[in-house]
Design a protein around this ligand. Structure first.
Ligand code: GDP
Length: 465
C-alpha cells in the first residue's frame, strides 16, 4: 500500500450549496477513531460498534455541538472504498457542512483529492478501472444514453466480458504451458487445433466488443455535428427540431444566424454536440462574414455534418462546388444530405438530386417545418453509428480509445497465436503471443496499466467521489 493510503481522508460528497442534507464521507484506517471524536450517539451504540447501521446523534467539534445528524460506519472490506469508512449526513447548509468537515479534519482526517474515494476502491480491488471510470461518467451523465452506458459499465458488464475472454485465453495458455513443461506426456484430450479454436472464439468476443466503440464513443465523448448549408435552407429549423425546442431564431431573412449556437442532444441513440451555423454565402457584412468563417471552421472539426439543401429552389454551382470540395477534403467526416422543404413544390432538378445522393453517405428528405422525415433522418444516423439497437443498459460496451486499442492489439496477438498453433510451430511462439493478448485485455480493467493512465482517469472526477 502506498504511503498515501495509510492516511484517512474526508470530503463533502454532496454538491456545494443549500440543500436538505449533505453527506461527509471519511475513508481510511482512522475512520472509527475520527467518528468517535466527532460523533456523540443519542443511544448507547456508537456507529463503529454497529457497522452498516444508521445511528442518530450530535456532531461535535471539541466541546461545541455543530449539528445533529446520522452516522453510518462501514468496516473494511465491506465498504465503497474497501477501507474502513464512515458517512455523516448532516443538514445541508453551506456553513453547517463546512463546520462538520472542519471538525472531521481537526479529528485527524486530511482533505480527499478529486476522485480519491473511487481511486481507493480501485486500489483495494473493489472496482475495476472500467467500473471506476464508469462511476465518473455516471456522475457527469447529462443524457439518457450516457447514463445507460455508464450504468452498465459501473455494474460490471464490461469487466465481466473482459474477464470471460481473459479466462478463455488463460485456460488455453495453461494447457500450452503444460505441453511445453511436459513435452513427452499426454496433456489430456485437448489438441493444438482445439486450443486454436478457443483462441478463435475468444478473438471473436474481443472483436464484437471492439465493434461497440463507434457507438460507445459517440455516446461518451459525443459526436461533434455541424449543420451547414446556404442561407434560408432551413438549418435553424432543423436545429430547433433536433433540440426539441425553439433555440435558434427562424426567419426568412437570410443571414439571421451569425454566431454558432451549440447544444448537446440525444439523437438516434448517440450524443450529438450540435452546432447551428451561419448560412454559407459571400457577404459584405463584416459580422456575417465572420459567422461564415466560423461555420467553416466548425464543419472542419465535426465528425458528422448535416448538409442542408433547399428542395424548393435549384442547386447553385457555388453550393455544389463547396459540397464536393468539403467531402473530398474530409474523407473521414460522415456527411448527411438533408433535402429540406419537401412540403413545397420541388425545384431541385433530378440531376442535381442525383449529384447530392452520390456525394453524401446518406440522403434524407425532410420538412423541418412540419417534422416530416425526421424519423428517416434518425434511422440514417443510427445506421452510421450502429446505434439502432435502442436499449444499451444491459450491454457490455467500450467507449474510449485506450480500450479499443487494447482490444485490437489483443485480437492481433491472438491471431498470431492461432497462426502459430495451426502451422505446427513450437508451442513457445503461441504462448508468447497469447500472453501478450492476455496482458492487453486485462489492461482494460486496469491490471498492469501505468500510474499515468490511472491518474488521468481519476483526475476527471469531482472531490467527494
Ligand atoms: P436557415 O437560414 O438555413 O437557418 O433557415 P431557417 O431555419 O431560418 O428557415 C428559413 C425560412 O425557411 C424560414 O422562413 C422557415 O420558416 C422556412 N423553412 C424552414 N424549413 C422549412 C420547411 O421544411 N418547409 C417550409 N415550407 N419552410 C421552411
Amino acid at each position: 500500500m502506498s504511503e498515501n493510503y495509510t492516511q484517512t481522508v474526508a470530503a463533502v460528497s454532496t454538491p456545494h450549496g443549500r440543500g436538505g442534507v449533505a453527506m461527509i464521507r471519511i475513508s481510511g484506517p482512522d475512520s472509527a477513531e475520527i467518528i468517535d471524536r466527532v460523533f456523540v450517539p443519542a443511544g448507547k451504540a456508537s456507529p463503529a460498534d454497529a457497522p452498516r447501521r444508521a445511528v442518530y446523534g450530535r456532531i461535535v467539534s471539541g466541546k461545541t455541538t455543530v449539528d445533529s445528524g446520522i452516522c453510518t460506519f462501514f468496516a473494511a472490506p465491506a465498504s465503497y472504498t474497501g477501507e474502513d469508512m464512515a458517512e455523516i449526513t448532516c443538514h445541508g447548509g453551506v456553513y453547517v457542512t463546512s463546520a462538520v468537515l472542519e471538525a472531521v479534519f481537526a479529528a485527524g482526517a486530511r482533505p480527499a483529492a478529486a476522485g480519491e474515494f473511487t481511486r481507493r476502491a480501485f486500489i483495494s480491488g473493489k472496482l475495476t478501472l472500467s467500473e471506476a471510470e464508469a462511476v465518473g461518467m455516471l456522475i457527469d451523465a447529462d443524457t439518457a444514453e450516457r447514463a445507460s452506458l455508464a450504468s452498465s459499465a459501473e455494474r460490471g458488464l464490461l469487466s465481466a466480458a473482459v474477464t470471460e475472454a481473459a479466462d478463455m485465453i488463460s485456460g488455453a495458455l495453461s494447457q500450452l504451458y503444460a505441453a511445453i513443461d511436459y513435452p513427452d506426456e499426454d496433456i489430456g484430450e485437448i489438441s493444438e487445433s482445439d486450443l486454436a479454436d478457443i483462441f478463435d472464439s475468444a478473438g471473436e468476443k474481443l472483436k464484437a466488443l471492439s465493434a461497440t466503440y463507434r457507438r460507445g464513443s459517440a455516446i461518451a465523448a459525443g459526436v461533434p455535428c455541424a449543420i451547414i448549408g446556404r442561407p434560408n435552407g432551413g438549418k435553424s429549423s432543423l436545429y430547433n427540431r433536433l433540440c426539441g425546442e425553439e433555440r435558434a431564431i427562424v426567419t426568412d431573412i437570410a443571414g439571421t444566424t451569425r454566431d454558432i449556437l451549440r447544444e448537446t442532444v440525444s439523437f438516434a441513440g448517440v450524443t450529438l454536440l450540435l452546432s447551428d451555423t451561419a448560412g454559407l454565402r459571400d457577404s459584405t457584412d463584416r459580422v456575417e462574414a465572420i459567422g461564415v468563417e466560423r461555420a467553416l471552421d466548425c464543419a472542419d472539426s465535426s465528425s458528422l455534418v448535416f448538409f442542408v439543401y433547399d428542395l424548393s429552389d435549384s442547386l447553385s454551382d457555388e453550393e455544389k462546388i463547396f459540397a464536393r470540395d468539403f467531402v473530398k477534403d474530409h474523407p473521414s467526416c460522415l456527411t448527411v444530405a438533408v433535402l429540406n422543404k419537401n412540403d413545397l413544390s420541388r425545384m431541385m432538378s433530378a440531376e442535381d438530386e442525383e449529384f447530392v445522393r452520390a456525394l453524401h453517405r446518406k440522403t434524407v428528405g425532410i420538412s423541418a417545418r412540419s417534422g416530416e422525415g425526421m424519423d428517416e433522418l434518425e434511422r440514417a444516423v443510427e445506421e452510421l453509428f450502429d446505434s439502432g439497437e435502442a436499449d444499451i443498459s444491459d450491454r457490455a460496451m467500450i467507449w474510449n480509445a485506450q480500450q479499443k486499442a487494447a482490444l485490437d492489439r489483443s485480437s492481433e496477438a491472438l491471431a498470431c497465436a492461432i497462426g502459430a498453433l495451426r502451422s505446427g510451430e513450437l508451442p513457445d511462439a503461441a504462448c508468447s503471443s497469447a500472453e501478450e493478448a492476455l496482458g492487453e485485455i486485462l489492461s482494460i480493467d486496469g491490471r498492469g496499466v501505468s500510474e499515468e493512465i490511472v491518474s488521468g482517469i481519476f483526475a476527471r472526477f469531482c472531490v467527494g467521489k
